[in-house]
Design a protein. Structure first.
Length: 646
């Protein structure tokens, strides 16, 4: 049910502001009548800012787009420092997308030429008296940028992207961008940014060479093209249609297909004014009983995962203890936020969105307003401690996540709905679906990425234990900055008293054992394929999907054991008509039903390159192959899992 069309609330002021934004989007006739007019105002602003002559300033053009939430050439943002998770830090990287969905798609010459034709057609429709050659060369520029960017699988690897530098040193990687001025143009005026995390240093070095070889007119056209792509969702005009047709074809849709207008508009509200929508979603679709049941499931799974750590003979005792401490220290957020903002407090919610200007008559202008707000909200975090009360997903979202620096698992109310979750159905259904999701997110704390973060969310090799002769323990990484610890008075007294110095690393056998078991998952999932563009098998990237595949296996097993222990205390009812299945089997049917679905060929290809999750069918088959409990429940001849970590 579309609550924006049917619901009213006692909180009229907030509801009316949200509804005005929704109605402006819903008025398709007015959006069509305005055509490209609102977009042209932004594009003309880009041309004025970057006039493609000797006065052109790259930084000003990048900054202008960044304030609208558009990435061009480089991306800068804020977040928790992996090495100091209570401190907000600036990160700089290559854009996550250059135009086509992934860098690998630029290797498909046929696709690139089709994309080039679309870009030239759209840009020529908007500015018909400009250089078509410059428009064409925009795609050549994108190809160079994509080639210089790191593999998609590296973007989740903290060991590769965590490169802290003084801001001046980072700026020297690409002097043409003037990174210092760019960041200071985004940061609050009272904050001095002296250090940044450079996630893609090789890209930024290569970018400098690429810019030296690129004509200013091509760069101007590139900035315009980035804006057209980013703002196309807010425009209904013939000039933009070729691009919309192309994006439909990329995912296997009919070129002229469009989702129902109300669905698109609900999506826009969720993206831009999501905490308004969250408030009224909770009023309609979430209960205190559901939150209590969710807490119960997650606590059960925490207890089972701690047992798994104890049972893992390949993990040394010291690491096991730290791992259990990490499990118990995981923060669980369920349902909806009550801080930053408190969505159930009308005054707090009103204040949160007070700077967003909304009108029933100006859909495009509304979109710009919420974009500027989102950028400002992100950068306003600088100079303050990390706000651990914030959520990274809105409440209606049917998803969940684990945040390593926060050591938190988050489950919006949107995923806690039937058939994934229901207080009234037999528990094996909810544990099979929602419980496995909860176990999956918790397992991320011990996957190929999450394992690098300790119980406080600090990025450190806490698995590798080195010892001081007195028994004082330091991690291997922290050994290299021992002098910083020595400066602390308490540790200084200890050193003076006992005369202790760090000894060499004793053992990293636990890490080696982890990596060996993880490699099994890499090989297993690399064996799964989808039909490629030429119908030849396109293999799943076992390394890109490694963390998710580990989490699927660990989460399913922990949830099954949690359900069995709970069911022993409170037996479940059988479902009528399904008595040919045991309850154990129905647990796995519930899990598999959650992932069951169909995917267009083109979408499947795109996801192979971009999605850290394996295809849905592979998440069923692979996870079942890795589940001893599944094999035993269905009386498989071979009980040994294909791969097993937790």
């Amino acid at each position: 049910m579309n609550l924006l069309a049917t619901q009213k609330s006692a909180d009229e002021e907030n509801f009316d502001k949200m509804k005005a934004a929704y109605d402006a989007c819903l008025d398709e006739d007015k959006v069509k009548n305005l055509g490209t007019g609102p977009l042209l105002q932004v594009l003309d602003e880009i041309k004025t800012t970057y006039p493609a002559d000797d006065s052109a300033d790259l930084k000003e053009a990048i900054l202008l787009l960044a304030k609208y939430g558009v990435s061009a050439l480089v991306t800068a943002g804020t977040g928790a420092d992996d090495r100091d998770p209570d401190t907000v830090v600036v990160s700089v990287s290559a854009p996550w997308s250059f135009g086509l969905p992934s860098k690998e798609r630029y290797e498909d010459e046929k696709l690139v030429e089709k994309y080039r034709t679309v870009a030239v057609e759209v840009l020529d429709s908007i500015y018909p008296n400009e250089s078509k050659d410059a428009y064409s060369k925009v795609i050549d520029l994108e190809k160079k940028l994509a080639a210089a960017s790191p593999p998609t699988e590296d973007r989740e690897d903290v060991t590769k992207y965590y490169n802290p530098m003084p801001i001046g040193e980072a700026a020297n990687l690409t002097p043409q961008v003037d990174l210092e001025s760019l960041i200071h143009g985004l940061a609050p005026g009272n904050v001095d940014v002296g250090r940044v995390i450079v996630m893609t240093p090789d890209y930024q070095k290569e970018l400098s060479s690429i810019l030296n070889e690129t004509d200013a007119k091509v760069l101007q056209s590139y900035f315009i093209w980035k804006a057209v792509q980013s703002f196309s969702a807010y425009i209904e005009a013939d000039a933009i249609k070729p691009y919309k047709r192309f994006t439909n074809e990329l995912v296997g849709k009919d070129p002229d297909s469009t989702p129902e207008r109300w669905r698109r508009c609900v999506g826009h509200i969720d993206d831009g004014l999501g905490w308004f929508l969250s408030r009224f979603f909770v009023e309609k679709a979430f209960s205190a009983e559901a939150k209590t049941f969710g807490d119960t499931i997650i606590n059960d799974i925490k207890a089972e995962f701690a047992k798994k750590l104890k049972a893992a003979k390949w993990v040394d005792n010291a690491t096991t203890k730290k791992g259990i401490d990490k499990v118990h220290n995981i923060v669980q957020k369920i349902g909806y936020p009550t801080q930053s903002p408190d969505i159930m407090d009308p005054a707090n919610l009103k204040e949160f969105y007070s700077s967003v200007n909304i009108s029933m008559d100006t859909f495009f202008v509304n979109a710009l307003s919420v974009r500027r707000f989102a950028v400002g909200e992100e950068w306003s975090a600088l100079g303050k401690p990390v706000d651990r009360a914030k959520w990274g997903m809105t409440v209606p979202t049917v998803n969940a996540y684990y945040n390593p620096p926060g050591n938190e698992i988050v489950f919006p109310a949107g995923i806690m709905q039937f058939p994934v979750f229901d207080v009234e159905v037999p528990a094996y259904m909810s544990y099979g679906a929602f419980g496995s999701v909860a176990g999956h997110e918790l397992s991320h704390a011990f996957d190929s990425t999450g394992r690098h973060y300790d119980q406080t969310g600090n990025y450190t090799d806490w698995w590798q234990v080195s010892r001081v002769q007195s028994g004082c323990v330091l991690s291997a990484k922290r050994e290299t900055i021992f002098i910083d610890f020595i400066r602390k008075e308490s540790f200084l007294r200890l050193a003076k008293t006992r005369g202790n110095v760090p000894s060499p690393l004793v053992s990293n056998e636990t890490v080696k054992a982890f990596e060996k078991r993880a490699e099994c998952f890499v090989d297993q999932y690399a064996g799964y394929t989808v039909p490629g563009p030429d119908d030849k098998p396109l293999h799943v990237n076992g390394r890109l999907t490694l963390g998710e595949n580990i989490a699927d296996a660990g989460g399913l097993s922990a949830s099954f054991q949690a359900w069995k222990r709970r069911a022993h205390k409170k037996p479940n009812h059988d479902l009528p008509g399904l008595d040919h299945f045991t309850q154990d089997q129905l647990f796995f049917v519930s899990y598999s039903n959650w992932w069951c679905g169909k995917t267009r060929k083109e979408t499947a290809i795109q996801r192979i390159y971009t999605d850290p999750h394996a295809p849905k069918w592979a998440r069923i088959l692979g996870t079942m192959a890795n589940s001893r409990e599944f094999r035993e429940s269905f009386k498989c001849k071979e009980k040994q899992p294909t791969c097993q970590l937790w």
